[in-house]
Ligand binder design. Structure first.
Ligand SMILES: *Cc1c(COP(=O)(O)O)cnc(C)c1O
Ligand code: SF4
Length: 341
């Protein structure tokens, strides 16, 4: 079914093998990029609370020898993570409260999050889940049933959002079972998968997975988490193509990150490159104030100034919604421009 032949050896590899051989220490990452190792003890300390994890296909998108590479910055532990800042807390979204039953976060109307897997294939330093307590959410077989019963018992739920961690960390057979079970709940019409896995290991988009998604009667969308145009390389585009052909809606959400993508030209390029790959920009998130992430923040006024310029340069359908998530709200809060922009 694939249109473009895969040639390089890595492209033949199984995604789980690629994950197993991912880079797991600052020293290794510096060496792979031919960079001098700096601030090692602080980086190791930061990595001791939230480990470094970078698979090879993501590494390949970075520029060797560039210490300021925007992809490197997303994954390299930094001394700034150790600085305590007022206003930055471990659970700014109040997710622990909305965690109604193991594996379910129900705080939006008509839709809920099913935390399908606890891990990710990359550890992003700005992550809002870096302190989330997953130990209660690693589901046993019985808990899976309880979580699915929760969805079954609430007819107001028309959309199930697979989240995590990264739901595509589930192996194909486990995902098959889950899709099948959700497909049997009559009031659920839409299934959404929030994932960054195809960005860091495109090989995760196996033929089997694509077949399963296209065979489901549910309307399926995939929300990718892409922050920078360099993340959309040829390998990624090649693997994402069959999803489009299978009729799956592809959306993207980004986080506005200081030192990564907080420039107008970068964000314009990101929206255009996403569209070229068949993906629509959906959200541009302000950073959640999570402990250890303050160095990625952009003040709201600066974010708005950037957004005004984006609005001037892009057609409406390439302009993501600028949002922030607030604890206890039944949806994201839109950040609006004033009238005289
Ligand atoms: C915002 C968000 C959702 C759901 O929000 P929608 O407004 O329904 O798009 C789900 N998962 C993640 C990770 C989110 O950030
Ligand atoms: S992939 Fe998403 S959930 Fe996982 S570490 Fe990165 S930002 Fe966090």
């Amino acid at each position: 079914m694939r249109i473009i032949a895969r040639s390089a050896a890595i492209e033949q590899q199984d995604w789980q093998q690629i994950l197993a051989s991912a880079i797991r220490s600052p020293e290794q990452l510096f060496a792979a990029l031919r960079l001098p190792a700096t601030d090692l003890s602080a980086r190791q300390q930061a990595a001791s609370t939230f480990p470094l994890l970078v698979p090879e296909p993501y590494l390949r998108k970075m520029e060797p020898g560039n210490p300021d590479d925007p992809l490197l910055r997303q994954v390299m532990p930094d001394a700034e993570e150790l600085v305590a800042m007022p206003g930055y807390v471990t659970d700014p979204l109040g997710e622990q409260q909305a965690n109604v039953t193991p594996g379910i976060v129900h705080k939006y109307n008509g839709r809920l999050l099913l935390l399908a897997a606890t891990g990710c294939a990359v550890n992003c330093r700005y992550c809002f889940r870096r302190h989330f307590d997953y130990t209660d959410n690693r589901l046993s077989r019985r808990q899976w049933q309880t979580a699915l019963d929760y969805v079954r018992d609430d007819p107001s739920i028309s959309e199930v959002i697979l989240s995590g961690g990264d739901p595509l960390m589930l192996k194909d057979d486990a995902l098959d079972e889950l899709l099948e079970a959700i497909g049997h709940i009559s009031h659920v019409r839409r299934l959404r998968i929030h994932t960054r896995l195809p960005v860091v290991i495109p090989q995760r988009l196996t033929d089997h997975l694509i077949q399963q998604l296209s065979a489901s009667h549910l309307s399926i969308s995939l929300v990718l988490h892409i922050n920078h145009p360099n993340e959309l390389d040829a390998l990624f585009r090649q693997y994402i193509q069959p999803l489009r052909q299978a009729g799956i809606t592809l959306l993207n959400q980004s986080v506005l990150l200081n030192g990564v993508n907080n420039r107008v030209d970068t964000l314009v390029n990101l929206s255009q490159s996403l569209f070229d790959a068949g993906i629509l920009p959906y959200y541009l998130h302000l950073l959640d104030p999570v402990t250890g992430t303050h160095h990625f923040d952009n003040p709201e006024q600066e974010a708005l100034a950037l957004y005004r310029q984006l609005h001037q340069q892009l057609p409406g359908y390439l302009l993501p919604r600028l949002v922030r998530e607030e604890a206890g709200k039944a949806g994201k809060s839109l950040i609006l421009m004033d009238d005289n922009f």
